[in-house]
Design a protein around this ligand. Sequence first.
Ligand code: ZN
Length: 733
Amino acid sequence: MGSTQEAKFSFKRLLSRAALLVAAFGAGAGMADGYVRIVLGGKTLHWSDPNIDWQLNTESFSGLDSVGVSDAADRAFATWNQISKSAINFQRGADTAAADYSKSSHLVYLDSDNSSGFFPNGSGTVAITPIIYSTSDGRMIDVDIIFNGKDFDFALHAGGNDFDLQDVMTHEIGHMIGLDHSPVHGSSMWPYVAPGQWLHRSLTQDDISGGIAAAKIGGIAVLKGKLHDFEGENLQGGGVGLIRADDGRLAATGISNANGNWVVKGIPAGQYYVYAFPIEGYMTAANFTSDSAVKTDFGVEFYGGFGNPYQITATQGDTTDCGTLQVARDGAVQDVFRHAQLIAQGETKAVTVFGSNLQANNTTLIDFSNQILLGSSTSTSSMVSTMASVGSNCPVGSYDLFLELANGELEVVPGAIEVVAAAPKVTSLNLSNGDISGGDEVIVEGENFVDGAYVIVGGREAQATQFIHSTRIGFTTPASDGGVADVIVQNPDGQEATLIDAFQYSAIPRYADLFPRAGYRGGGTELRVIGSGFTSGMSVEIDGTTSTPTVHSSTFFTVIAPPASRTGSVDIVLVSADQVRTSYADIYTYVNTPDPRIESFTPESGKKNGGTEVNLYGDNLGGSVRVRFGVDPVTAQGGQFAGGVELAANSKLTMTTPSNPVGSYGVVVELPNGQGAIANSTFQFEGSLSAGGGCGGVATGQSGGKPSDWLAFVILIGGWYLLQRPKFRHQSV
Ligand SMILES: [Zn+2]
């Protein structure tokens, strides 16, 4: 990838009493050192209300699934909302089509044509967070996040050649709460990002302390102190690192102000080794949005000295003053370490620090963890290398590497090693296809799953994710536009595993009801089927014989029943266009008698209150016929039953209409065995004519039974009409 330019873009504009600045995320690899808050003109940027509304312009991310973009943004904001002891609370507002950062709403959008002006050719800036703040008190007024779609591509997954949207967004949100870039290599606020990177999705302790410092809740642990240069003058812009004495992890970094004072808030309570370091190397003062001076002409020094550093206690709800530290003289050595070296628990990896003015064969790498064993160091004047073996119980987090030269110089790469948990693996799903409407229950099998992991199907987050075990997660599929989808398990630390093309989405036809429920074994009966997921490519198997239905809509098709070799109930299988079969047992019955038919009826209209006498003519009407008025003339569903049905002859019925809402409806006859017919013409229910004095409002409480009621009723009294509850089977080929 040619994306190794550094982000050097800085932009400042005064807007009356407010000022605009930008915090940019550059592409490439780098060097430097914890959490730093943005300070401008001596004012620390902050929100007066930690409840911060934001809005997403999903459509601006053209080429990416808008649901997936939305889900990735939710994960990124949730990451910052979840910091305990931080009051920061992002609240998502309605999605918007706005793409103008100068408006007061806090927008997240992609700029594909540099309409923002922040992405001139060669800027190398992947994304930017313009901030409008009050110059009088540092209060943030408007903050937006803009992705550079002109020069870079973004993806809804890690590991590829594009920038992971969630990874980059998590970083930018850090700026949104007022954090500057951090010199901790493995932190989310490290100023550089590489394509495919996932590391910034989760926060290091340094980022977490920054989130607490931005808006704390309750008592927190604070360390403070003062830096003096070698002449005893206050040292401004010196970096300060805090190493946990118990396990050697880097907790947080800070930076000294104009008086040499430094303060780091929101660290875990415990014992710390504290050191000062120059912010130079791959990250420099140029990476800061803050406008304060950064001094780098000094060397690394510990409170108490490198050989025997003090253990300083940080107490919850208290501030510990570490006193004044005089830093060492400036050395010649510099590192150019770009990205943190990721090493999994239990893994051994080479670590190489490149730089300048190292001592060949006399530079040694040192760390503070007793669970990271470093082999002997090999060095030239421009690099030092060793093998790092990380214990399987080594706590995850950032670890510093110190470079000690035989001439006494000391250099540090803050957070050079990022110890991570074992990566997840995905091996299989128990179900490999489902409906585009989502909701299918699936179990994903694999390794190293962690409670809180996300399951992402086709870029969209699965619902009802249930962590069962480190090898199993249950979830229900999100809705899809169709096609084959990758399934990703993303652990809370941001690591993910993908099962490519693991799940096939189909429009799966599903049955709800049909009319009639029985037909002549000689075939030719037109079945009217209602349900969902019907598409033009589907087919229907009736007792094993395949027919092509006429699909009228996604919820209605008609099909002509083929001749049968036997009588009795049969299965109907609905086969999706891509051959997913769903079988419904015994929902249709072949009988020996010819189907009934409606020739005509008269009259063809009557009052909505019912009571109209109707003569109906047809064939094969038989005894015990039921007649339904007010039915849907297309699907034959719905309607009310006529009263007083009598067979006047084999081809004539008489009856009295039920009450029914005004309108034109179909008429249906049904035989006790399930055979039936729908009339070609419709019966019009008419409103009551106005009769002087107006008495049309007498409600009689007539309740014509619905077909299902009738079925239940008939079972009760006659037992000749079986209520056929479809049995659902779902299979795939
Ligand atoms: Zn940034």
